[in-house]
Design a binder for this molecule. Structure first.
Ligand code: SF4
Ligand code: SF4
Length: 315
């Protein structure tokens, strides 16, 4: 598969990458061998770019796959320097790598949030200076986070949420729009920073418009690669076939075997989905996050649209 340089990082990545979150405990919770096999399959199909995170607990799956030449991006929710340094060391150790290709501040929401994580950012800067990380940056669902990335010196990469229906884009406490996010991606890339994106398919909720949804993001100025959550070999085949122009324009993935899930990492416990679900298929778990009873769920998707942070996905 053709590769593109991720900004000026010197890292060359495939236009589509595999979000490894899908296989981990907050989503499919696959057995280690099955998750590792899925990553191996993605590598065999030519994908060389993988997104993970400290929080996802998916390093063992990656470590069990022959990922030597792949580009790995990870991230941490750590707020201070000690937590971020520990996260980087844990990643290096777990993946058996001296240098992690990309390490990010995970999910920057606002300027205040970014400022409160200044210690973690400094730890990333220091790790890069020591050669433990090659490129540093931030991930975000928020216009505010992308604005920070566009303006910030020393930042190499931005990993941001965008899709053609603006699902899950935030601006402060309100919904944000794709046009504003696209402009920040363009500004960021214009400075030689790498840009890759998440949730082009709106957490699976835009799968019915598969090619249209991917066309929108791949055509955005400045976007080097799009990360897609992949939970089956079919998901991988679809992404590769799309990238290699081997997919009919009217292609619709078969989602009949997929289920609705609440991403426990993204859920903020607001209860909007519970109020919206007429099938009474959602309740809070003991941790205060929403959980879907798949036996009652009719996969109408209403809850996904009601969720302000797009924590409800189809897998
Ligand atoms: S998809 Fe529909 S039935 Fe299933 S949990 Fe959401 S709102 Fe309820
Ligand atoms: S609407 Fe979203 S954030 Fe709110 S409880 Fe449901 S899944 Fe969590």
């Amino acid at each position: 598969m053709e590769k593109k340089q991720l900004g000026n990082t010197g890292l060359w990545v495939t236009p589509v990458g595999m979000g490894v979150l899908t296989v981990g405990r907050t989503q499919l919770d696959l057995p280690l061998a099955d998750g590792a096999q899925l990553i191996r399959y993605a590598l065999e199909r030519g994908i060389n770019f993988f997104d993970t995170a400290e929080y996802y607990e998916t390093y063992p799956y990656i470590a069990a796959a022959p990922f030597r030449d792949a580009v790995i991006s990870s991230k941490s929710l750590a707020r201070g320097a000690a937590g971020m340094s520990r996260a980087i060391e844990d990643c290096r150790r777990a993946l058996g790598r001296d240098q992690i290709d990309i390490f990010l501040l995970h999910e920057i929401r606002t300027r205040e949030d970014f400022q409160s994580r200044a210690g973690a950012w400094q730890a990333l800067v220091d790790a890069k200076a020591k050669g433990r990380v090659r490129a540093i940056g931030l991930s975000t669902h928020h216009i505010d986070g992308a604005e920070i990335a566009a303006a910030m010196e020393g930042l190499d990469v931005l990993f941001a949420l965008i899709n053609y229906k603006s699902l899950g884009i935030r601006k402060g406490e309100s919904p944000g729009c794709k046009e504003e996010m696209a402009e920040q991606l363009r500004r960021t890339a214009a400075q030689g920073k790498g840009v890759f994106t998440m949730k082009a398919l709106g957490g699976g909720n835009l799968s019915g418009d598969y090619t249209k949804a991917l066309d929108y993001v791949t055509a955005l100025p400045g976007v080097n690669s799009i990360m897609l959550g992949m939970g089956t070999e079919r998901d991988i085949d679809d992404a590769v076939n799309y990238t290699e122009h081997n997919l009919p324009r009217a292609y619709r993935p078969d989602v009949s075997k997929k289920q609705m899930f609440v991403d426990q990492g993204d859920c903020e416990g607001c209860g909007a989905c519970i109020a919206r679900c007429t099938s009474k298929a959602i309740a809070f778990n003991q941790q205060g996050s929403a959980k879907i009873d798949t036996a009652k769920c009719v996969k109408c998707g209403y809850c996904a649209y009601a969720c302000p942070v797009r924590a409800i996905i189809m897998l």
